[in-house]
Design a protein around this ligand. Sequence first.
Ligand code: ATP
Ligand code: MG
Length: 558
Amino acid sequence: MNEIKKEEEKSLNFLEEIVEEDLGAGRYKTILTRFPPEPNGYLHIGHSKSICLNFGLAQKYGGKTNLRFDDTNPVTEDVEYVDSIKADIRWLGFEWANELYASDYFGQLYQFAVKLIEKGLAYVDDSSSEQIAQLKGTPTEPGKDSPYRSRSIAENLQLFADMQAGKYKDGEKVLRAKIDMSAPNMHMRDPILYRIKHAHHHRTGDAWCIYPMYDFAHGQSDSIEHITHSICTLEFVPHRPLYDWFIDKLEIFPSHQYEFARLNLSYTVMSKRKLLQLVNDRHVTGWDDPRMPTIAGLRRRGYTPESIRTFAEKIGVQKRDNLIEVGLLEFCIREHLNRIALRRMVVFDPVKVVLTNYTEDEEILKSENNPEDPETTYREIPFSRELYIEREDFMEVPPKKFFRLSPGQKVRLKSAYIIQCDEVIKDAAGNITELRCSYLPGSKSGGENANIKVQATIHWVSIRHAVTAEVRLYDRLFKVENPASEEGDFKDYINPDSLQVLPAAYAEPALSHAKFDERYQFLRKGYFTLDKDSSEDKMIFNRTVTLRDNWAKEQKKG
Ligand code: ATP
Ligand code: MG
């Protein structure tokens, strides 16, 4: 109930204001938005902002959202991407009203072009792309008319039909809108509508050898579908007059374009082209490498859809480009995992502890699966005479504020007894091989010595009962905040230490039943999830995120 109230109290973002105003004025009965990915790569966290926005807006106001593949560029597109995009949107928790393809509108778009020619508003230009660029002028200088601009309607109709029929080679001719070569907005200086490309399309095959440009395809596709609110990123602001011009001249359904700031995230890159380079040059193992900012990568890393939706909600909708701290995304996943993750004990770098006064064979102790869960359940943990603790939890000569185990100092073993170190055993080279300790009978929870105060609690596993697992620890993929804005190649800024593999960590046996859809907190180590590379006889865990934000601290040290 409180949650809902909070929702209502929040002020509207500018898009919600626009929608409420449109609905209030009766401009539309219901709203229809769309998410229009180009199937030339996997979706990244930036797309999830657009997805949450488009689907979220429709949900909030009882409307619908189309999924439209913007597949007008035959060369870079692929079915693998189409499938991954659908899987990712569903995983984020959204379902589209219709699955559509801009390529399905090629016939209709062609007719639109013919209509513009018939109205004297489009012409076929034989100029080379260099000549076209030259005549375009600059933002401060008007352009000049192409020598082909005054062709007759009949001639244009014939030439355009010939372009379509495959009479010409790539680049020999283009179709352009006839608008204004001295318009202050460069996009209005006779933009290109169609180019010749003898290329195979992943859906239309070889049916077409001319393909519409983005500006001509996108707005008209919106209009064909009767999209009410077409939401895109800020770089399309200067395209909006053209978007409106086509709708006006073609006299078709008036969709409207609105723009918001794209999401940029620190310590990564956010462009499919760049992400593809990382994949192709093998800086990562694939689009779903857990270090990638792709939805597939984040999912494999252990992110939850809820955390990503919360993140999108928290950053809100801005009208100015900015760089969002990746720490905010990590905050969102930590908060969610704290609520849902099962607690487990795993020792990464073990040192052996022998409890010299422990005479039982074994004992089964209990520990909470998740103290945050109001109906918390318990798991069983076997305890025995020989344990592993984390090597770094012991110091032979401790500095002042070291409260963990050291000779003569007591520490609590989580959900078990208090122990004290009596003797340190070393090998010939002086490495510690074993800690001889004694445990304090009655010091486990409920016992007569349970209330004895110790300064620290550490995690442990019973050696005999431990299961092993590979653990993969990740760091930021880039060494700098904004690699795309640095000088030179963004790949020069890749962090060479972004992956650390621990081949064998020792886990309490409860972890041997790990499931892909469960999340774990390895006590004091972070949040983890089972990786898809795991097999029947080998578990592999990815660290999703550490328990605290250590990065800022490390940076200062560095
Ligand atoms: P990229 O540059 O990564 O290839 P794109 O804009 O070319 O991105 P599209 O597939 O065309 O990718 O994008 C589909 C939708 O997602 C578009 O509406 C686009 O505006 C939006 N989008 C893409 N990147 C971001 C981002 N970083 N933040 C918010 N929205 C984005
Ligand atoms: Mg694009």
